[in-house]
Ligand binder design. Structure first.
Ligand SMILES: *[C@@H]1O[C@H](CO)[C@@H](O)[C@H](O)[C@H]1NC(C)=O
Ligand SMILES: *[C@@H]1O[C@H](CO)[C@@H](O)[C@H](O)[C@H]1NC(C)=O
Ligand SMILES: *[C@@H]1O[C@H](CO)[C@@H](O)[C@H](O)[C@H]1NC(C)=O
Ligand SMILES: *[C@@H]1O[C@H](CO)[C@@H](O)[C@H](O)[C@H]1NC(C)=O
Ligand SMILES: [Zn+2]
Length: 486
């Protein structure tokens, strides 16, 4: 229903946009030609030379054949995935056939907005912030090819944000991802293909996260430690897989619904959604906590809307800070020896020139230390007897573990799973002789978000170019970054 509505909305918006010229915004798509130019696909050796190590772009991810590192990590995590929690609905979010107990046994955010996991040993999702009157700044779905003006705005206003990057976007737009890192934004994961995560079987969910982490690492040099599920679609099974990969889960408290803006159609609705947050601030709602408001980097319009709203945000909140700062957490990346974030007081002191009081409320969401337990050391969840007990109570043997995963797979992806395979074949044929630029013009985000089609997407994973692999120096990064800034 929702998907149909959005498809319809995009058609209606497109038609009405033909009649009504756009109002005054500087970054509207295809007006100055600037976005079209910035959004011209390009081929970056760092991506081209490594495509074979990744699933096809924008396809639902699976472990790449022969990737033993991924397979070993998955085998490790699989041991603690409770087999009692089954995949739900389709990859595109059709849950009309899902029967689910109203008691919300799986802490399924889609069903109940649950952010406090039922499986012991899992941390709460981050949805609100401990620091009062604080706006936790984050943007979903980047890196977007037309984001330079927006990123300039953030820099000019001394703002750093938490960027939830889609793995396939990072591979399509590596220079834009590098700019995000260079600008000091906190990079987090927003899955490989941007589908409903609870619809995946265990391996698919793992691969969606794993290869997004690898894409960010490949292109920017750092390994992220946080993620946000597309559409907020998460349950305890997905949380455990994320935890196993060292990713803290981030959701939100309030939603601008900015991604619904298509050619200006619902701009006033989105303005009103922002205004509702400001009104709440005026009523003192954020005197005892800070908030995470969902905003997007997905189109020029969502970015432009944030720019328009920022003066009001600044007026209504004491502090606008990235989520790591808002949670007083400094371990941004696995490579924390090369990069540590700032605690809240230091950041605020640097950016606002004032000192702050201690937080008035303590957030129970604070994560123990996912990076070290999840990625480098033994799984936090394995070490936690309660999770082990959950698994043992449901199905005690390893054999049941694999049967759970195949049962999950067939219950959800009989249809779409087969489609995927067909599409992969199609893509291989279609792209065999092209120039190896990862497919992006046909990516599923072009005005039919969040609907996804498998047709004509995905890059060939074979046929490497003969371009020699560059030495990835800071100089090159600087040149690339500067050439992207207009
Ligand atoms: C969702 O699935 C149901 C049952 O399979 C189907 O009847 C319905 O048309 C689907 N909805 C959409 C929007 O695809
Ligand atoms: C990036 O933004 C442009 C301009 O708004 C838009 O046309 C395009 O679809 C976006 N790309 C992605 C991958 O979301
Ligand atoms: C933030 O971290 C610093 C340094 O570890 C600590 O001194 C301070 O008490 C923390 N603040 C809060 C609110 O937890
Ligand atoms: C799924 O596929 C398997 C194997 O092809 C088949 O036996 C089973 O009946 C299918 N299930 C559904 C619901 O179509
Ligand atoms: Zn998203």
């Amino acid at each position: 229903m929702r998907i149909n509505f959005i498809a319809l909305l995009s058609i209606v918006s497109w038609i009405s946009a033909q009649e009504t010229p756009q109002a005054t915004n500087a970054v509207e798509p295809d007006q100055s030609g600037e976005n079209a130019e910035q959004c011209t696909p390009y081929s970056a050796p760092i991506v081209q030379d490594n495509l074979g190590q990744f699933p096809p772009l924008w396809e639902t991810a699976k472990i790449v054949q022969g990737d033993t590192t991924a397979q070993n990590k998955y085998d490790e995590i699989k041991q603690v995935i409770p087999s009692s929690i089954k995949p739900k609905g389709t990859h595109d979010g059709n849950i009309s056939d899902v029967s689910y107990d109203a008691s919300d046994p799986d802490c399924w955010f889609t069903s109940s907005k649950c952010t406090h996991p039922k499986v012991d040993g899992l941390s709460d999702d981050l949805a609100t912030l401990p620091e009062p009157n604080t706006w936790g700044l984050g943007f979903d779905d980047g890196p977007n090819c037309s984001h330079n003006e927006f990123y300039n705005f953030l820099s000019d206003n001394d703002l750093t944000a938490t960027m939830f990057y889609i793995g396939s976007n990072v591979m399509n737009w590596p220079h834009e991802a590098q700019r995000g890192r260079e600008d000091g934004h906190e990079l987090c994961v927003h899955t490989w293909s941007h589908h409903y995560m609870t619809s995946f079987d265990d391996e698919g969910a793992f691969a969606e996260l794993y290869y997004s982490i690898q894409a960010i690492k490949l292109v920017t040099g750092v390994t992220p430690t946080c993620w946000r599920p597309p559409f907020g679609d998460i349950d305890d099974r997905i949380r455990i897989i994320a935890e196993g990969l060292g990713l803290r889960t981030v959701l939100w408290e309030l939603d601008t619904n900015d991604w619904k803006m298509i050619n200006g159609k619902t701009k006033d609705d989105v303005r009103k959604n922002y205004q509702d947050v400001f009104d709440a601030a005026e009523r003192g709602i954020f005197e005892d906590h800070g908030t995470i408001v969902l905003t997007h980097e997905i189109t020029a319009e969502t970015m432009e809307m944030f720019i328009e709203m920022y003066p009001n945000i600044r007026d209504n909140f004491d502090y606008v800070v990235p989520l790591s700062v808002a949670t007083n957490r400094t371990n941004l990346y696995v490579e924390e020896e090369t990069e540590r974030g700032e605690v809240f007081a230091d950041y605020v002191n640097d950016h606002y020139g004032s000192t702050v009081n201690q937080a008035t409320s303590i957030n129970t969401n604070i994560h123990p230390n996912p990076t070290l337990t999840g990625w480098q050391g033994p799984l936090a969840t394995i070490a936690n007897p309660t999770v082990a007990e959950v698994e043992a109570a449901t199905e005690p043997t390893t054999a049941s573990s694999s049967s759970s995963s195949s049962a999950g797979s067939s219950s959800v992806s009989n249809d779409s799973g087969n489609d995927d395979e067909e599409d992969v074949e199609d893509d291989k044929t279609e792209h065999k002789s092209d120039d190896n630029i990862p497919s992006q013009k046909s990516n599923p985000f072009v005005y039919n978000y969040p609907q996804n089609t498998h047709s004509n997407n995905g890059a060939s994973s074979g046929g490497h170019t003969s371009i020699t692999k560059p030495v990835f120096t800071m100089v090159a990064l600087f040149v690339v970054t500067m050439s992207c800034i207009r």
